[in-house]
Design a protein around this ligand. Structure first.
Ligand code: FMN
Length: 182
């Protein structure tokens, strides 16, 4: 199995990155081939709503998303990870999601149909319910895409990397990686 981890945080080795990596480590432990994609490293534009993809299913923009589409289509599972920014996903992740418009046809059928999905969200507020709207948003996007939503892991940490000290959250992330490859 191939599992792709999408990191929506601009912070490398930050809390989201650590948790997405932990999910991938669980998947790897279960024999999967894994790859982490750091959106902040990629050069790609926002969806221009040109409807070009409605002609043949391909995005007309030629940028770093081209190789990401191939990886998403080949993957058996996708992990979407984001810090909570004002109760929502980061701009990096929103841009990525909008660019996935070309993976849907006019009947709302998607090329992600049947793939396993896991959501990772980290907030700074000690009240973990701060992740609720973000997680529910991503979970619904996965379901709308026909994906098999396996579960989510939520954490709370302000400083870069502190989530690594939350043993229960790390454990849940790893077990979701195992679950999504079973
Ligand atoms: C622009 C911005 C907006 C944020 N908005 C929220 C928020 O609405 N609620 C919250 O609990 N934390 C918020 N945070 C804190 C981050 O979610 C938190 O620090 C998180 O651990 C960062 O994850 P990272 O290390 O993966 O980047 C915000 C941080 C930034 C930079």
């Amino acid at each position: 199995m191939k599992i792709i981890g999408i990191v929506g945080s601009p912070r490398k080795n930050g809390n989201t990155d650590i948790l997405v990596n932990e999910v991938l480590e669980g998947a790897k432990e279960n024999g999967a081939e894994v790859e982490r994609i750091f959106l902040n490293d990629l050069d790609f534009r926002e969806c221009q709503a040109c409807d070009g993809c409605r002609v043949n299913g391909n995005c007309v923009l030629d940028d770093d998303m081209s190789s990401v589409y191939r990886k998403l289509i080949e993957a058996d599972g996708i992990v979407l990870g984001t810090p909570v920014y004002f109760l929502n996903v980061t701009a990096q992740l929103k841009k990525f999601i909008d660019r996935c418009r070309c993976l849907f046809n006019d009947r709302f059928e998607s090329k992600l149909n049947g793939k396993k999905g896991v959501v990772v969200a980290v907030c700074g507020n000690p009240d973990i319910t701060m992740t609720g709207s973000t997680v529910s948003n991503l979970m619904n996007i996965m379901r709308f895409s026909g994906m098999d939503f396996v579960g989510s892991v939520e954490g709370s940490a302000v400083n870069k990397g502190d989530i690594g000290n939350s043993a229960n959250v790390m454990k849940k992330a790893r077990s979701l990686g195992i679950d999504m490859t079973n």
